[in-house]
Design a protein. Structure first.
Lengths: 741, 156
């Protein structure tokens, strides 16, 4: 059924969870208690790299009020990990798997104490004596790749947990054809998710004797799998429920408190609760990857790309988490949204003794695009070409072959998105093509203004051969007409508004008013797996699953079944991994496209950069809920602004030095750009539900390189190291002889 | 020690340890979990409540310091079953996503607009600096507060 007059698709339906959230009734994991619950605290590693020789829990267990201390000896299968099970649940001696007695970073867990009160559990933790035998540690990804570096994992000799190549075309011919060659080195550092709700959870045994964990996550069924694997239980013995979730952004994709809560509740058969504070949240969950890119690009005098060479090195930290996938996406994105025949890319994800890196909105693309769009802006400057013109010349379009040797999936809108961004911001189309209008110079002579542009793409859905899927169930109740619809779905509403959108899609697919739809959500006991709330995939995947289930349910309804119940598992077109030699792949089945233009003001005395205005053009395929969609764009831009200009996580020898919101600064209402313009484009994706693509990550991607371009336009200085703090900017200005010495 | 106060119009009295923070007293002893905790350093504003009509971050006070006080939390903001205009404005303007900052934002904004009807967008941005939101980018929050400020200035 298509969206027509009377359809709820595209309408700004108010979020279904708003009432509880404005009245304070909504409960997040930390707000839920069970009569008689115990409290848990975790003993984390006190070393960056060491063998745990012994864990002495006698004093802790002797403390009155302590119920039990769990160590490595208590974990049935002592390993977990979203992609590779390379992390012990509790590090310590006695396991039958090599390496589970080693801590590899400060966020490893060694023991957990369960007590009658939180205070006693905390005291118990202090009484646990851990005996370590220090091992040499490495904190730099490039050093970790050397043969002389300490090896972190038994089965990964060179610490390279992933390595990818692209080899296409004839590089020598490409460089010969180039009239201009630009080179750059781009560096990014960790970013903290800083979702406002710190980790918390509750474990208990439910009425069906399932060990149940109530927690905030992004994929109920994956949490369930990690738990039953470690506890060596049948899947049906484990249940995961998400109540309200206080933000995620990729930071809740991996385990935090889930497995240890389940372990304690299962062994003690009593409810157990845990609540992290902000310091624990920042210290003990993964971060956005620090990535270093070396890039060399060539182009003709007319601005056509002829050759591209890149090396991408990502710091995975002590465990893989999703590093092999994140660096896969960086590998795919580091050539930008451009076509070039001769291309040579090497990418590495490397273990170090730093905090693990993992998923964060954009999944490797923000780092890769800082390099790709930095290179494009350098080419434009070297050729004295307009930055929009040179992009349109090289942009991928319908039918374009990507760096991996296969065409982009149908529905490529990159040129339209670039053009819309230019037209809606400061570009005018004249005889000489697109031309950027310079900003008005500020009256204060210590201030300079500039405008910049960047763009890119992001996959929708899981990539590289992952068996992507999404489940939905529908029940139609009534007699003559459908009076009530129950939608079953596991998709996580992390704040993005997914639940409201799922119900809108169900209403439209069934042709019933929105008010008749009810949602039973985010519980492994009532739904099949919907996959993760990540990769900008939930609307796309769920929409297709809901349409499938709706069609089946309507058929049963017509056959007079009451209630009419059906479920459907949607599988998108298959993807393939990179060929290890050439990189040849069909990596993804859908993309979203984005471009951003920004204006900044640089204070050349202090180096302070102020973001004045952002124009974001985002091809979303089809708007499902405009108000929520614009909210996602505005939120992503401010998070990206923090990333570009201020967020600076300091880590020394693997230890985070600023694990507080008072020292790790994120944007407040005063920092954000007063003007944000969302240009929402709707070029339908041929296989998206109602034509929808994904959109939640895209506005994050190009902001940092757009700001870097604007700083260059204002001052003539390139800043290639994120975040662009005042300190770095002022140093670059002085090195170029600008401002007071 | 014993502390007594009025919370959302009701008199309460409890035995607490001297070092109990007000925010823990409200959340744990009284089970009013609408007031959130988002940080350890008085930075985020998720715990914002009204103490004797003025805003306060409940994580910066001891329960004992609030002895005898008249306290309003998000659960007590609605009157006679009617949402406070600020609650309605956040709802209508999509001034929330995950909602974890929302109770604190609403408590802070409600007190601000009561004292500053007709506040400008700039005033609002300055005032809300002590309340962090990681999801919305603040635009819809500012829009919601401005709507109530405008209505208040309209002399209703
Ligand atoms: S919890 Fe009180 S300011 Fe953050
Ligand atoms: S809505 Fe999530 S922190 Fe504000």
């Amino acid at each position: 059924m298509s969206a027509e007059a009377g359809s709820v698709i595209g309408e700004s339906i108010k979020r279904i969870d708003a009432r509880g959230k404005v009245t304070g009734e909504t409960r997040y994991p930390g707000d839920i208690d069970i009569e008689g619950q115990l409290w848990m605290r975790i003993k984390f590693s006190e070393r960056a790299h060491a063998r745990v020789v012994a864990v002495d829990v006698a004093a802790a267990e002797a403390l009155p009020g302590v119920v039990r201390v769990f160590t490595s000896l208590d974990v049935p299968v002592n390993e977990y990990g979203l992609v590779i099970k390379d992390q012990p649940v509790l590090c310590g001696p006695g396991g039958d798997k090599a390496g589970t007695d080693v801590v590899r970073c400060y966020m490893d867990m060694v023991a957990v104490a369960v007590a009658e009160t939180d205070t006693i559990a905390k005291q118990a933790i202090a009484l646990i004596q851990v005996h370590y035998e220090d091992l040499p540690a490495v904190f730099d990804a490039e050093e970790a790749m050397l043969a002389s570096a300490p090896q972190l994992h038994p089965d990964c000799a060179d610490n390279q947990v992933a390595r990818y190549r692209i080899r296409r075309g004839d590089m020598a011919a490409g460089w010969r054809a180039a009239d201009v060659v630009v080179e750059g080195m781009y560096e990014t550092t960790w970013q903290e998710h800083a979702y406002l709700q710190p980790e918390a959870g509750l474990g208990y045994i439910d009425e069906a004797n399932r060990v149940t964990v109530v927690v905030a996550g992004q994929w109920t069924h994956e949490d369930q799998e990690q738990i039953y694997h470690a506890l060596d239980l049948p899947p049906g013995q484990v249940r995961v429920i998400y109540p309200a979730i206080g933000g995620a952004f990729g930071g809740r994709e991996d385990m935090s408190v889930q497995i240890v809560l389940a372990l304690a509740a299962w062994k003690l058969r009593r409810p157990v609760k845990i609540q992290w504070n902000r310091e624990e949240s920042i210290r003990y969950h993964h971060k956005r990857h620090p990535i270093k890119v070396r890039a060399k690009w060539g182009a003709t005098g007319e601005g056509l790309l002829t050759a591209m060479e890149c090396e991408v090195i990502g710091d995975a930290g002590a465990y893989n988490y999703t590093s092999n996938k994140v660096l896969g996406n960086a590998h795919l994105t580091v050539s930008g949204a451009y076509e070039v025949e001769n291309i040579h890319i090497d990418t590495y994800a490397v273990y170090t003794n730093n905090i693990p890196s993992g998923a964060f909105r954009g999944f490797g693309a923000p780092q890769a695009l800082l390099a790709a769009e930095g290179q494009m802006n350098r080419l434009a400057a070297a050729l004295n070409m307009d930055p929009l013109e040179i992009r349109l010349k090289n942009s991928i379009r319908e039918g374009s072959i990507g760096s991996v040797g296969t065409p982009f999936p149908p529905g490529v809108s990159m040129p339209q998105v670039f053009a819309a961004c230019g037209a809606e911001s400061w570009w005018r189309q004249g005889e000489a093509g697109w031309q950027l209008q310079a900003p008005v110079a500020p009256s204060d002579s210590s201030k300079r203004r500039g405008r910049g542009l960047a763009g890119g793409f992001k996959n929708v859905g899981f990539s590289f051969g992952f068996p992507e899927h999404c489940w939905a169930g529908i029940e139609l109740q009534g007699s003559a007409e459908i009076e009530r619809v129950i939608l079953y779905h596991a998709g996580a509403d992390v704040g993005q508004g997914a639940h409201t959108v799922l119900m809108q899609m169900a209403a439209d697919a069934l042709g019933v008013p929105f008010e008749r739809v009810q949602l039973v959500a985010s519980d492994t006991a009532t739904s099949g797996s919907s996959g993760s709330a990540s990769a900008s995939r939930l609307s796309f995947m769920s929409g297709n699953a809901i349409r499938g289930a709706a069609e089946l349910a309507l058929r049963k309804w017509q056959d007079e079944e009451r209630p009419a119940k059906a479920d459907f598992m949607y599988h998108p077109p298959e993807t393939t991994p990179f060929d290890p030699q050439t990189g040849y792949a069909e990596p993804n089945f859908a993309y979203g496209y984005v471009a951003e233009a920004v204006e900044v003001e640089v204070d050349i005395e202090t180096g302070q950069v102020q973001l004045l205005e952002v124009v974001c053009a985002n091809d979303v395929g089809k708007v499902i809920n405009r108000q929520q969609l614009e909210g996602q764009i505005e939120g992503a831009i401010v998070q990206a602004q923090g990333y570009a200009l201020m967020e600076y996580l300091v880590s020394r020898d693997g230890r985070i030095l600023n694990p507080y919101l008072s020292t790790y600064l994120i944007p407040t209402s005063l920092d954000v750009p007063p003007r944000v313009k969302s240009v929402v484009l709707e070029y339908p994706d041929p296989i998206g539900p109602w034509g929808a693509r994904g959109m939640a990550e895209m506005p994050f991607l190009p902001l940092a390189p757009a700001i870097a371009a604007a700083i260059y336009a204002a001052t003539g200085v390139w800043i290639d190291s994120q975040p662009f703090t005042a300190q770095k900017v002022v140093a670059a200005l002085r090195a170029a002889g600008i401002g007071e010495v | 020690m014993n502390v007594s106060m009025t919370i959302n119009g009701e008199a309460v009295s409890r035995e607490v340890e001297a070092r109990t923070l007000l925010v823990h007293f409200i959340r744990e002893d009284l089970d009013l979990t609408g007031t959130k905790i988002g940080c350890d350093t008085s930075q985020c504003g998720a715990c914002t409540i009204h103490v004797n009509g003025k805003i306060a971050k409940a994580c910066t006070l001891l329960a004992a310091q609030a002895d005898g006080a008249d306290i309003t939390t998000i659960e007590g903001l609605a009157e006679n079953g009617e949402h406070h205009p600020m609650q309605t404005a956040f709802w209508e303007n999509h001034g929330l996503q995950c909602g974890y900052c929302t109770p604190g934002m609403i408590m802070a904004s409600a007190a601000f607009v009561r004292d500053n009807p007709g506040a400008s967008e700039d005033d609002i941005r300055h005032y809300l600096e002590g309340n962090i939101c990681r999801c919305t980018g603040y635009h819809n929050i500012v829009k919601a507060v401005k709507q109530v400020a405008d209505a208040a200035a309209g002399g209703a």
